[in-house]
Ligand binder design. Structure first.
Ligand SMILES: Nc1ncnc2c1ncn2[C@@H]1O[C@H](COP(=O)(O)OP(=O)(O)OP(=O)(O)O)[C@@H](O)[C@H]1O
Ligand SMILES: [Mg+2]
Length: 224
């Protein structure tokens, strides 16, 4: 099963230094089930803010996030966590790995039944030889690939990745993006990645730009 994302009048605001600041204002945005989208946009344009809302890590100040028929933002915290665990594969800008555990232990932490799948992915992502090593001894690019392996492991319906190739050299980035896209295609997953790399974005059938989508960012720029 795949997932369609529908956003309506979405807003995220915070109280910052005594002021009410709107970080994200997204009137309407849709990703169809099984679509593969690359999100670009300047640093600070709201990409991570948007991904954290889609993953249910934060909640909107206004508007709606519809994942298929679920009014995702209205679910209770534990229901959102359950959907995140079962249906989503996340790679965040901070990889959220356990530094003192090995690659294998990190990847299988929640889904210990997927050992074969793990080995296939580690090989595709070219880190199979590191599986017994502690994560704290890996390079940033290797750690990033551990986070990608963990995100793909349980064949989720919705893949959300925040700059998944930011620490990789161009040749490795190409291989990693190909693996992610092939996995998404195989399982029918909807895929949204954030990237600053035009070469990566060019591998995607659809590219969006948060600078244009985020009315709060446009507005802020217009005031400068
Ligand atoms: N809790 C917060 N309080 C105040 N401002 C915040 C908060 N969280 C984010 N921001 C601001 O919101 C804007 C959007 O941040 P966000 O992390 O979404 O940007 P981004 O597009 O992911 O940037 P990058 O490409 O650097 O990762 C930034 O200007 C940031 O400083
Ligand atoms: Mg970001």
């Amino acid at each position: 099963m795949s997932i369609t994302i529908q956003i309506n009048q979405l807003e995220k605001s915070v109280q910052h230094e005594g002021n009410h600041t709107t970080l994200l204002s997204l009137p309407h945005y849709v990703i169809e089930s099984g679509e593969q989208v690359a999100m670009m946009g300047a640093s600070g344009s709201g990409k991570t803010t948007f991904l954290e809302l889609l993953a249910g890590i934060t909640t909107p100040s206004a508007g709606s996030i519809l994942l298929n028929d679920w009014l995702f933002h209205e679910l209770r915290d534990n229901e959102r966590s359950h959907i995140r665990l079962e249906k989503m594969g996340l790679v965040l800008q901070d990889f959220m790995l356990f530094p003192h555990l090995t690659v294998e232990e990190n990847v299988l932490y929640v889904y210990e039944q997927y050992k074969d799948k793990m080995n296939t992915l580690l090989t595709s992502l070219r880190i199979q030889h590191l599986r017994k090593k502690k994560v704290k001894h890996l390079s940033k690019g290797e750690q990033q690939r551990v986070a990608i392996t963990r995100a793909l492991l349980h064949e989720p319906s919705f893949l959300l990745m925040d700059e998944p190739t930011s620490n990789l050299d161009p040749a490795t980035a190409r291989v990693i993006i190909q693996t992610i896209q092939e996995e998404a295609k195989k399982t029918g997953a909807t895929l949204l990645i954030v990237t600053h790399d035009e070469k990566v974005a060019n591998c995607f059938p659809r590219t969006d730009n948060m600078e244009k989508l985020n009315f709060a960012y446009n507005h802020q720029e217009a005031l400068l």
